[in-house]
Structure formats: structure tokens, C-alpha cells
Design a protein around this ligand. Structure first.
Ligand SMILES: [Ca+2]
Ligand SMILES: [Ca+2]
Length: 213
């Protein structure tokens, strides 16, 4: 009974506190979903990246903080400055790609990597070429006019894939990292030549068991 009473007191305290909070006030930064200034950048990311929680355009350059970060631009520098550290990490075991801005994870993208016999190379690489369209043709496959290609090792790309939808589920490729077109377009615009690509983990033989981070 004593424990129950404590819970009731705690609940009452929370109820009082929430009713006195102004709707426009900043929510706790531990909230992973809130975006107080509606600029497309969550509060906890604004704190981590040093932008203003209550100003949608911290550097006053006409572009919202969220727009800038998710396009790879520096939200603190103005004038479409791309001076920032962008990188991606590909977790083969989970078939997920994590996207980082100044070493803060800003999102994850489900991917489909190389199969066991044609694995995606592991290690640290840099994007060295951006190609809008590539024709992928080889033994047993022919995927012409493939959009959004980022080459990170000779003949190995992060790229859009229109011929399947097994992203986040299982390896399907001959070594490249397959991405849904909308995500591949985002990534193509986000990453610059010389941005880092880190590939790690063990390629699953079939479907992945865990798809969450
Ligand atoms: Ca925000
Ligand atoms: Ca701005």
C-alpha cells in the first residue's frame, strides 16, 4: 500500500506540473519526438548540435535548421555553408544505415547490402564519386538507369534500388548498398565527395532478426 500511495503522489505532482506549463514553452530535451519551433529538427538534436530551440532559423539565412541539417548544410554558419562533418555507418548485421551530422546521429535508413557470396566490403571509406545515373550490369543482373549513386570503393556504391523492397530485411545485392529511392535521393544530396562511409558487422545469411537500432 505504501508503494501505491507513492505512485499516486507522483501522478498528482506530474498532473499539476503539466497543467501549469505554457503550451509554447520548451519541452524537456529528453523528449525524442518534440520539435518546439517546428523547424524539422527535434529538440534533443537542437541541443546536441547547438542550434536555437526556439528559433527555426538559427543563423538567419532563410533556411530552417532542419532543412539545413538534413541537406548537409551547417545551420550555424549561414549562406548555405556546407562546412560540417557528415558520415554514414552501415550496420551489415542489422541492415541499417545510420546518418550522422557532426557526429550526432540524425536518422537511420533501412538498407539491403551484399549477399554472403558477394558481400559489401567492410572498413572505413570515403565517397569519391557522385553519379546521378549508373547502369548496373553483370552476371545474372541488369539494372539500367539506376539513380542516386555514391561510389565509396571502386565499383561499390550506396545507391537507389527500384527492383526490390527488402531494405532493412535481408542482403540482396552483389556488393553495393541498396536503398529505397526516396532515401537514396536524400542521401545523394546530403553526402559530399570525401564524406566518410564506415561499414561494419556480419552479413546475415538470410533475413535479419533485429531491425531496430
Ligand atoms: Ca526544432
Ligand atoms: Ca538557417
Amino acid at each position: 500500500m505504501a508503494v501505491l500511495a507513492l505512485f499516486f503522489i507522483a501522478d498528482d505532482a506530474i498532473a499539476v506540473a503539466t497543467t501549469t506549463v505554457n503550451k509554447n514553452s520548451v519541452q524537456p530535451v529528453t523528449d525524442q519526438t518534440n520539435d518546439s519551433d517546428l523547424d524539422g529538427l527535434k529538440n534533443y538534436l537542437e541541443v546536441a548540435l547547438g542550434t536555437d530551440l526556439n528559433n527555426p532559423d538559427t543563423d538567419g539565412d532563410g533556411y530552417k535548421d532542419g532543412e539545413e541539417v538534413y541537406s548537409g548544410y551547417n545551420p550555424l554558419a549561414g549562406n548555405k555553408d556546407r562546412n560540417a562533418r557528415r558520415h554514414v555507418e552501415v550496420d551489415l548485421a542489422k541492415q541499417q544505415m545510420h546518418v550522422y551530422f557532426n557526429n550526432i546521429k540524425i536518422g537511420s535508413i533501412p538498407v539491403s547490402t551484399g549477399m554472403i557470396k558477394t558481400p559489401t566490403p567492410k572498413g572505413t571509406f570515403k565517397v569519391f564519386a557522385k553519379k546521378l545515373v549508373v547502369n548496373y550490369i553483370g552476371p545474372g543482373y541488369n539494372f539500367p538507369n539506376t539513380k542516386w549513386n555514391l561510389e565509396f570503393k571502386k565499383s561499390f556504391y550506396l545507391h537507389g534500388a527500384y527492383w526490390h523492397d527488402h531494405f532493412g530485411l535481408m542482403p540482396m545485392s552483389h556488393g553495393c548498398v541498396n536503398i529505397a529511392y526516396n532515401n537514396a535521393e536524400f542521401l545523394y544530396k546530403y553526402m559530399d565527395v570525401s564524406d566518410k562511409v564506415w561499414v561494419y558487422g556480419k552479413t546475415p545469411a538470410g533475413r535479419v532478426q533485429i531491425v531496430k537500432n
